[in-house]
Design a protein around this ligand. Structure first.
Ligand code: ADP
Ligand code: MG
Length: 594
């Protein structure tokens, strides 16, 4: 009930504020707040793509400019209404972001930042040199936005529209980050191997973010054009893009609220400084830049998370951590995969070879796994076990040989496609998102079992599916014994427990075959026993397990069969007692341990 009231009270208060505030403040401050709102919209998008998505963009002002110029041209030369200008401006902006992002998002490292710099430089040059766009003098006489009888030609009247859009933009982004798509957004910095392991595509996630950010920038550009009623190239220069990055960093890169804070601080301070400096020096602009540069360094040094972070921490301390939506009854569960019949062939590896330059890490290895079996893959360090895992999951391409899964070849499939067919895995070097809760990390695993995308997530039309995903994540967390810590951050767990969490994430995918790379490493005896019991339960449920492990005692008592590798080759295979008795194995592995 309490939550209901809050859910209505907050938007109501905000609505009241954006109606009342412009009546209380002087015209100058209202105009300043309008500038802040428009900038905050751009920075909201930037927080999504750069702060959270990790793809630093120096091209946001160019996107603002494309939208502003599009609507300016359409509403002056073509005499269209601003309401026709909006969709066309957004189409142009998002279209150009889609093309630019499509070309550059695959390039790793700094290439994206560099290409957005080139973009940010080039676009304003085009504006300033296109006679149709008014060249250097720009386009003036842009009509104001009109809503029914209201003409928004005063800063007071347009204020409400701007801030309504800012709050809608914030609400959308907030919802998005708490949705299925949003979880993959927040995980995207974990890398494409992590994302593919639960069936998501890091490239598509980044491209989507880039387009979404350009959508925010485009909306801001439309508002800018019809608020100022004049556009020229200068406000969309690379310099302006850098200012947006500055606002994001100052506000707190990963916080939506930081977008508001950063743009308010930057624009507010800038306006105050300009007046002050104009009174005392003739080189106001230079001194202003200098002051901002120093301020930037100071903030990076003293508060690297931005000034929004301590504030956010304070807020979260005042407010208990949000509990998930009410978990639905057991009747509405996620769809469960049909498991293959016990004993039928699940995985078949035929003469797998992997060469790294001259090194043969996997050398003509063949083995089969049948449904409902636990198979151990063992061998000394450097034997090629992890490489074998990477070949089976599509993380690395095979040099030679074939792999079949459920009677279909998967040799050439991508990691993501293999994951979608029902192969889940954990990693030898744990890949978790430390700033997400245990529950959210596990919910990532169920990604491919949901369907709600960007729009349904952002508009909160995904609640039913979300509840199912969360219920499933909770069920898997309970299975590995971590249900009572569901709302803690994954980063706070000891390493051994993080491995258990990865197992829960893999299980949330409802896999046919689950592959575990050294799951018992770092676990205490009791935890190992619990893990063994869990794997035993999985086997009885028809899940097939392939496990790489160092702890011989653990493996021997658990598995149905062992495959032993040494120096890339398979040297033995069979039941635990057969393998233990095999002189080859004793020589290569057990002997060296004894
Ligand atoms: P294990 O998991 O059995 O300890 P790995 O599969 O990690 O062994 O490694 C097998 C061999 O392949 C090692 O000699 C390792 O150095 C080499 N290797 C693994 N990955 C790569 C890579 N990406 N590039 C080059 N060599 C690699
Ligand atoms: Mg390994």
């Amino acid at each position: 009930m309490n939550q209901r009231i809050r859910a209505f009270a907050i938007p109501l208060v905000l609505l009241l504020l954006i109606i009342v505030v412009p009546q209380l403040l002087g015209k100058f401050y209202v105009a300043l707040l309008n500038d802040i709102g428009i900038a905050a919209l751009v920075v909201l998008g930037l927080v999504l793509v750069s702060g959270i998505g990790g793809a630093l963009s120096f091209g946001q002002a160019a996107f603002v400019g494309i939208a502003a110029y599009t609507t300016a041209w359409l509403t002056t030369s073509q005499a269209l209404s601003p309401w026709m200008g909006l969709p066309l401006a957004l189409l142009f902006t998002c279209g150009s972001a889609w093309i630019l992002g499509g070309l550059t998002m695959r390039l790793g490292g700094h290439y994206l930042a560099l290409s957005t710099i080139a973009w940010g430089l080039a676009v304003p040059i085009v504006f300033a040199n296109s006679p149709a766009l008014g060249s250097h003098s720009g386009i003036d006489g842009i009509p104001p936005i009109q809503i029914g009888p209201w003409v928004l030609d005063q800063s007071r009247s347009v204020f409400t529209l701007i801030w309504l859009i800012v709050f809608c933009g914030g609400w959308f982004a907030y919802n998005l980050l708490r949705s299925r798509t949003g979880r993959s957004v927040r995980a995207v910095r974990g890398g494409k191997v992590l994302l593919a392991s639960f069936g998501a595509d890091a490239f598509r996630v980044r491209l989507m973010l880039f387009v979404v950010a350009s959508f925010y920038a485009g909306t801001a550009g439309w508002l800018y054009a019809h608020t100022n009623r004049f556009v020229s190239a200068a406000p969309f220069s690379l310099h302006a893009s850098i200012d947006y990055v500055f606002m994001m960093v100052v506000g707190g890169m990963t916080q939506l609220g930081g977008a508001l804070l950063g743009s308010a601080l930057y624009i507010g301070l800038n306006s105050q400084l300009q007046d002050l400096l104009a009174a005392i020096t003739s080189r106001g602009a230079q001194v202003n830049s200098l002051i901002f540069a120093l301020l930037f360094l100071l903030i990076l040094e003293r508060a690297p998370g931005g000034i929004g972070r301590p504030l956010a921490r304070l807020l979260s301390r005042m407010q208990p951590r949000a509990k998930p939506p009410a978990l639905l009854s057991s009747s509405s569960k996620l769809v469960h995969r049909i498991m293959p019949a016990k004993g039928s062939q699940v995985l078949s590896v035929d003469n797998a070879v992997k060469r790294f330059g001259g090194l043969v890490a996997v050398n003509e290895v063949s083995f089969d796994i049948r449904a409902g079996e636990i198979v151990g893959l063992i061998g000394p360090n450097g034997a090629g076990k992890s490489t074998m895992f990477n070949l089976l999951t599509g993380t690395l391409p095979l040099s030679e040989g074939t792999v079949r899964f459920l009677d279909a070849p998967i040799t050439r499939l991508s990691q993501r496609e293999i994951a979608l067919r029902g192969v889940a895995r954990t990693f030898q070097h744990v890949k978790l998102r430390p700033a997400m809760t245990l529950l959210e990390n596990v919910a990532l695993g169920a990604h491919a079992r949901g369907h709600c995308g960007l729009w349904r997530g952002g508009l909160r039309l995904d609640r039913e599916e979300e509840a199912r995903i969360m219920a499933e994540a909770m069920r898997q967390l309970a299975r590995v014994g971590l249900a009572d810590r569901a709302y803690e951050l994954a980063g706070s767990l000891p390493l051994g427990t993080q491995r258990l969490l990865e197992i829960a994430r893999a299980l949330a995918a409802d896999p046919v075959l689950i592959m575990l790379d050294e799951p018992a490493a770092g676990l205490r005896l009791l935890e190992k026993q619990a893990l063994a019991r869990l794997l035993d339960t999985l086997r009885s449920e028809g899940v097939t397990v392939l496990i790489v492990e160092h702890d011989m005692e653990f493996v021997m008592s658990l598995v149905d069969r062992l495959v032993v590798m040494n120096f890339g080759s398979k040297i033995s295979e069979g039941k635990p007692e057969e393998v233990r008795a095999d002189p080859n194995v004793q020589a290569a592995y057990l002997g060296s341990e004894a």
